[in-house]
Design a protein around this ligand. Structure first.
Ligand SMILES: [Zn+2]
Length: 224
């Protein structure tokens, strides 16, 4: 029974393999949390933690290897950011998450949609711990070929992504048009902010104005 449990719920640290929880306290302590809110293209941004080696590894595990405990950790960071957006506890009992899309090619190569799964996981954690309902709508799609952003500088990222997202109307259910608020754009990591700016542009062009952006991680260089 024990070995079955260990198979289902691994108890070694994802980063250093120390037998502990999914993330040992030493590795966890190296991930520094972000406090307060920032702004991007006139929209509030809440981020969970600053980007560093540990967070980079967790994002890679979730994004490239479909690793559930890593995704759970990132989703937990998103839940914390969502809770920080609440100024009034009696706020709207519903919310909508719109994930920043990956390219269809990246999705095909991976065999799963990383940003969608991350947003779904965060939504499930919020629904489990509160009476709030969180819909995840893949309202944004990539409409042309884009290069992998990781090796591009800030100006190149902006050029690469500009005009690359559009709203996928068929993914927007009627219920969203009736009661969408508040809407949050969701991303695993904000580095230059170019994907977020492009996501906001595409949504705003379609008459959708998100209340904020929630990111699991943020680069300290860009938002310090
Ligand atoms: Zn560790």
């Amino acid at each position: 029974m024990n070995s079955l449990l260990q198979l289902l719920f691994p108890t070694a640290c994802l980063l250093c393999a120390l037998p502990d929880s999914a993330l040992c306290s030493l590795c966890e302590s190296k991930i520094s949390r972000v406090t307060g809110r920032r702004e991007i293209a006139g929209t509030p941004l809440w981020a969970g933690a600053y980007y560093g080696d540990e967070l980079a590894q967790l994002i890679l595990l979730a994004k490239e290897e479909n690793d559930q405990p890593a995704r759970n950790y990132l989703a937990g960071l998103l839940v914390e950011t969502f809770m920080s957006t609440k100024t009034n506890p009696s706020q709207s009992p519903v919310a909508t998450f719109i994930p920043i899309p990956s390219s269809p090619l990246a999705n095909r190569k991976r065999g799963f949609r990383h940003s969608y799964l991350l947003a779904r996981r965060a939504a499930a954690l919020i629904e489990r711990s509160s009476s709030q309902t969180v819909a995840v709508i893949e309202a944004l799609g990539v409409n042309r070929k884009i290069a992998d952003q990781s090796n591009l500088n800030r100006a190149e990222r902006t050029r690469n992504i500009s005009g690359a997202y559009s709203v996928v109307s068929r993914h927007i259910p009627r219920s969203f048009l009736l009661a969408p608020e508040p809407i949050f754009l969701i991303d695993d990591l904000v580095t230059s902010g170019s994907s977020i700016r492009e996501g906001l542009r595409a949504l705003q062009e379609h008459g959708i104005a998100p209340s904020g952006v929630l990111a699991a991680g943020v680069s300290p260089r860009v938002f310090s």
